[in-house]
Design a protein around this ligand. Structure first.
Ligand code: C5P
Ligand code: C5P
Length: 497
């Protein structure tokens, strides 16, 4: 553990005392997998302490949400996965903020023994950025909340399993192909509690829930040349490799496929990628650490995916379709009927994502010098625009040197989701800042991480927002190319653990 991490954990201990002393807690959290897992950790902590608690889910922090939060000034407010960007709106409240988004910089801060603190003494702010720790790769909101939970009571270490699901849901392992930094400390706890196993396997999504040919056809990260996005190609490949991929009249999943057959598939894909001249770094990313979750609190149910990525997608689907309690209950270990509803939401989610991607590809993306954009208007649920932007950014159908921006109408406004990639961040992209400035320039609000950010703006302001964002990104990339060569190189260096 390095000094920054020690200071972070010291701060979590100070916050744990505030939580233990509370008589009532109002929990607020975001609606994605990281938010729902974080909220469930806070809720479980309160239940175990015997403190009266309620949990509220927020799609975004708009004026109405701030008003709701402020109306709970009678009790301790525990915010998860939201809040760091807007602390000045909470002055005077008794509050814990456990977040990993870039904090509001204008907010007055004090520096004390190398630690950065808020001047506002009634707000306890646990955010890795304040300690010089990267919030989009080294720590999620769920792992932030987990550190508080563990400081409240060491027995809360069993919550490490669900904390990891949040980190994986936020793609925190994508940069190095495995969990690193503070997330890795949580992984160590989970390993010692026996609630996770780490196996080297392919990084394909859907190893437990997709038919084998669909797993290959839908793979965007990594892309399989000649197979991804080509219906029929995967089945032809499996047949040409002589793989028996059917069982009881249906296709096997990856997990059900014989180990030698899995090896055959991987070595074919690797050969194919080499012959297509794909960079070694990308080829290596096919296989890596994958995490199988065994939550000791959970009811037995064979249908529950144990792969952390699939677990997270299930929670995400609950959030995207506003079934927050279903997501929360899954995180608390309920299965049975709760799982029935979650699985049908997942089906609906997959259908919506597939149809929307098809629609966007058919229409094509608008092009500007540093970005490419699409607008789903009201033809898809607004909650999936970020998922679509993320998938497109990784697909071979878009220009990987440009940011992807997605718009969707949402409750009389426009929801904006922007996604970059590691390469662009390596050459200076900071979407959190660019999106915040562009949103504010058109009277909206925005923020997030350097690689992924979002905003809400008024209908009709899309083009002005794009013009401003294009300028901001161009400036960031120019500034970096003009800077002397530093440790911030474009190929990611694996951090020390
Ligand atoms: O609200 P929030 O932080 O949870 O949103 C995180 C989103 O950012 C993820 O859903 C993911 O799409 C994106 N992300 C990413 N790459 C990372 C970290 C996050 O694309 N390294
Ligand atoms: O909504 P989307 O998934 O695109 O959000 C990407 C990231 O930007 C998330 O981490 C989200 O919490 C953050 N965000 C923000 N402020 C907004 C909208 C999104 O910090 N107004």
């Amino acid at each position: 553990m390095d000094n920054k991490q020690k200071l972070f954990i010291d701060e979590s201990r100070r916050i744990a005392k505030v939580i233990r002393d509370a008589s009532e807690i109002a929990i607020f959290t975001h609606i994605d997998a990281d938010g729902i897992t974080s909220g469930s950790i806070a809720y479980q902590v309160a239940l175990r302490l015997g403190i009266r608690a309620e949990i509220n889910f927020l799609k975004k922090l708009d004026d109405a949400a701030v008003e709701t939060i402020r109306s709970r000034k009678d009790c301790l407010i525990w915010m998860n996965d939201l809040g760091s960007g807007y602390i000045s709106r909470f002055s005077g409240l008794k509050m814990v903020i456990a977040d990993h988004h870039e904090p509001e910089i204008e907010n007055p801060i004090l520096t004390e023994n190398g630690r950065t603190r808020l001047a506002e003494s009634s707000i306890c702010h646990l955010n890795a950025h304040l300690f010089g720790i990267e919030g989009s790769t080294e720590i999620s909101s769920s792992t932030t909340s987990y550190f508080i939970a563990r400081s409240v009571d060491n027995r809360n270490k069993d919550l490490s399993a669900i904390a990891l699901v949040g980190a994986i849901g936020d793609l925190q392992d994508s940069r190095f192909g495995k969990l690193t930094g503070m997330n890795r400390l949580v992984l160590e706890d989970a390993l010692s509690e026996g609630c996770v196993s780490v196996i080297r396997d392919t990084k394909f999504y859907g190893k437990e829930t997709r038919p084998l040919s669909k797993l290959l056809e839908y793979s965007v990260d990594p892309q399989i040349p000649g197979v991804s996005s080509d219906p029929g190609a995967a089945s032809r490949l499996l047949e040409s490799l002589g793989i028996d991929y059917r069982v009881q009249g249906r296709e096997k999943t990856w997990r059900e496929t014989d180990i030698d057959d899995r090896r055959k598939i991987v070595s074919f894909i690797v050969q194919k990628m080499i012959s297509e001249g794909i960079p070694a770094e990308q080829i290596n990313s096919i296989v890596g650490e994958t995490y199988l979750i065994r939550d000791p609190r959970a009811e037995e149910d064979d249908r529950m995916p144990s792969d952390a990525k699939e677990f997270a997608t299930l929670i995400n689907a609950c959030g995207r379709y506003e079934k927050y309690d279903t997501g929360l209950n899954l995180c608390l270990g309920r299965r049975g009927e709760v799982l029935d509803s979650a699985l049908s939401l997942l089906d609906e989610h997959r259908r919506n994502v597939a149809n929307t991607i098809r629609m966007v590809k058919l229409e094509g993306l608008g092009q500007m010098s540093t970005l490419q954009y699409f607008h789903t208007t009201d033809r898809a649920p607004d909650s999936i625009v970020g998922t679509i932007a993320g998938i497109l950014m990784k697909s071979k159908d878009v220009n990987e040197a440009k940011v992807v921006v997605g718009f969707a109408y949402s409750e009389g406004k426009v929801k904006v989701s922007c996604r970059g990639n590691t390469e662009l961040v390596g050459i200076g992209l900071n979407l959190a800042e660019a999106v915040r400035i562009a949103a504010e320039s058109v009277g909206g609000i925005g923020g997030g991480h350097s690689i992924a950010a979002g905003a809400t703006i008024d209908v009709g302001q899309e083009q002005n927002f794009l013009n401003s964002l294009d300028r901001q990104i161009a400036q960031q990339l120019r500034a970096e190319s003009a800077a002397p060569i530093s440790a911030n190189s474009s190929s990611p260096q694996e951090p020390k653990q």
